[in-house]
Ligand binder design. Structure first.
Ligand code: FMN
Ligand code: SF4
Ligand code: SF4
Length: 593
């Protein structure tokens, strides 16, 4: 369906068209084709499915969707059965796809090969539920998707449409509730009421600092200026992080709708999405979505018949970590080199070209529309008192069910690793984990039961900035991990200030000496002194990150550092040249790869 959308009746008509392609009368073959699926061979699976449909004369459509998060099972192919459930099949190859569709044409759905089946799907933006028709007998043996370990504790709000819609099909997105929040905000609410709702929801930024979103919007709203901007920070430079990319690839309209609501709330007419150029598929999906939204009256002039205008442009970053820091990002958007500005003043009052600018993370923007459609109380009912709502983690390393998971704040790492993650690969012992991004360093198993939050006033939570959880088994070397983390910051330092530029270099040298068996106890003391100075004297937040990563790891695994120095031994058997009592399976070197 095409045509300009001007009101709720138009949205309803688009939704009806979207429902017809979401749940068509014939067989639908859905191939997960976000970056990770593509890297694992999804395009070949899709091509095999198309060939089989033609050669077997099946009444079927083949579609692409975004990532459903279960990376360990990629590539995934789903059959949405005519008058039946949706069934997922893991680890697909072109040969298996052909075999599955041949079996389907003979009336056999190969339930023994399936991973899970969907009996219903929640349309998160509206709270409605789509129920699939009842399941025929042989398929009842397939576990329900919502009962799988991987899925049971998850609650998808940000990823609400990823893996269910074709991200290029605007009507399918609308069928799942998209743009109703924007219409409601612009027709039934004042900008102040929208900000109040976001404040009441307790939404905090998902980009790392966890600043209250509504408060930031209010500052920008109250700043007097002729021009204001909203910016989406999609720079995502954290090692092992790919949540923002997945949202953009699987549901770009979720971000656009959030920005549209934010722009209305603060009074901005223009927005920018800053994406790193290493994300070509995300950029393609975003540009397609912007073009489509423009043609249907959801962006540009007279949006949804309200007379309001909002224009969005995608800007590509060169992939420098520091350009994710909001003031460096603003410098880069202005065409200068991406170096941070000193703050205050903050971007909310003095941002892009000196104008009030709200910079929010991809996940933050994608959280906004459901808050407006379902209300602050619904949102605040999830997560913790300090950090309501959900967030996305990448669960990586030596864990069985590696993948992208969306959970409410307050979950423990034990639930993540042993519940959702299904435990460690090969049942190896857990040595520790790195949680919340490179800056947080490595934590020991003794904190497994603490709740994940964004604040830690009482030392009773695990601070989760960005990134995910990297699970480390007994084959990981913590000294090597500390060296890797500092090496990352050394490489990414913008070089503007001496403490960060030279301090991280010296920290890296000390850790390298330790890994090579030339470290001394005096080095450890020097490392601690250096970390304190770099942290306090650096110009921007990045200078505080490298020391944080080292000090956390050192404080929890000091014995292993001392073993490297005093006994010239690497207990994990990772450091070349040192005695190696253990094996190196699941080593930190493997985790890094
Ligand atoms: C070195 C550094 C890198 C950062 N990288 C990112 C990033 O990649 N994405 C992001 O959203 N925020 C990043 N931030 C945080 C941003 O400066 C900013 O706080 C955030 O974009 C605000 O959005 P939010 O309120 O929605 O979290 C980074 C901060 C620092 C200090
Ligand atoms: S702390 Fe590091 S990244 Fe930040 S301005 Fe200084 S050199 Fe650049
Ligand atoms: S020798 Fe092995 S255990 Fe020790 S720091 Fe190096 S990698 Fe880690």
């Amino acid at each position: 369906m095409s045509g300009i959308l001007r009101n709720i009746a138009d949205l309803d008509r688009a939704a009806a068209a979207g429902l017809r392609t979401l749940y068509p009368p014939q067989l639908k073959i859905l191939v997960g084709s976000a970056s990770c699926g593509v890297a694992m061979g999804a395009p070949d699976v899709e091509a095999a499915a198309r060939r089989a449909v033609e050669e077997l004369h099946l009444d079927a459509v083949v579609c692409r969707t975004g990532c459903i998060g279960f990376c360990a099972k990629e590539p995934l192919l789903d059959l949405v059965l005519p008058d039946g459930p949706r069934v997922s099949y893991p680890h697909m190859t072109p040969g298996k796809t052909r075999g599955l569709l041949e079996a389907y044409s003979r009336g056999n759905l190969e339930p023994e090969k399936a991973l899970g089946r969907f009996t219903s799907e929640e349309i998160v933006s509206t709270g409605e539920v789509h129920s699939y028709p009842p399941c025929p007998e042989p398929l009842r043996r397939i576990p329900e998707w919502s009962n799988l370990d991987f899925y049971r504790r998850q609650k998808k709000v940000i990823l609400r449409n990823c893996g269910s819609i074709d991200p290029r099909a605007l009507d399918e997105t609308i069928a799942r509730g998209a743009y109703r929040g924007a219409l409601r905000a612009m027709t039934d609410m004042t900008p102040e009421a929208v900000i109040d709702e976001v404040v009441k929801s307790g939404l905090r930024g998902r980009g790392g600092a966890a600043f209250p979103t509504g408060q930031k919007w209010r500052m920008a709203r109250e700043a007097s200026a002729d021009v204001k901007y909203v910016v989406c920070n999609a720079d995502e430079g954290e090692p092992g992080a790919y949540m923002d990319r997945t949202v953009l690839e699987g549901d770009p309209h979720a971000v656009l709708e959030g920005m549209l609501i934010g722009a209305f709330a603060i009074g901005a007419g223009e927005g920018f999405i800053y994406v790193r150029s290493e994300y070509p598929l995300a950029i393609e999906m975003l540009e397609h979505a912007i073009d489509q939204a423009g043609k249907r009256g959801l962006l540009g002039e007279d949006i949804l018949g309200t007379g309001r205008s909002f224009h969005v442009t995608v800007r590509r970053g060169a992939g420098a970590y520091i350009c994710g820091e909001e003031t460096a990002l603003i410098e880069s958007l202005e065409g200068h080199s991406g170096e941070p500005r000193t703050r205050p003043p903050y971007p909310a009052t003095n941002g892009l070209w000196g104008k009030p600018t709200v910079v929010n993370n991809v996940k933050t923007w994608a959280s906004v529309a459901p808050i407006v459609t379902r209300g602050a109380a619904w949102y605040a009912g999830m997560g913790t008192r300090r950090t309501p709502g959900t967030t996305i983690f990448s669960l990586e390393g030596a864990v069985r069910n590696a993948g992208l998971v969306e959970v409410p704040y307050g979950i423990s790492v034990r639930d993540l690793v042993y519940g959702i993650g299904g435990g460690l690969t090969g049942d190896r012992p857990l040595k520790g984990f790195q949680a919340g991004g490179a800056s947080r360093g490595c934590l020991p198993p003794s904190v497994l039961d603490l709740a994940i939050d964004t604040e830690d006033r009482d030392n009773a939570t695990i601070l989760m900035g960005t990134g995910g959880v990297i699970v480390l088994d007994d084959g990981a070397c913590m000294v090597d991990m500390a060296r890797f983390l500092v090496g990352f910051f050394l490489e990414e330092s913008c070089g503007k200030c001496v403490p960060c530029r030279e301090g991280t270099r010296q920290m890296f040298r000390i850790l390298s000496r330790t890994c090579e068996g030339h470290g001394t106890m005096a080095d450890l003391a020097l490392l601690e002194r250096l970390a304190r100075s770099v942290k306090s004297a650096s110009v921007c937040g990045m200078g505080a990150m490298a020391p944080g990563a080292v000090m956390t790891t050192l404080s929890h695994f000091r014995g292993e550092f001392e073993t490297h120095i005093r006994e010239k031994q690497c207990p994990a058997g990772v450091c070349r040249g040192l005695a190696a009592p253990g094996s190196s399976i699941g080593s930190s070197a493997a985790v890094r790869q």
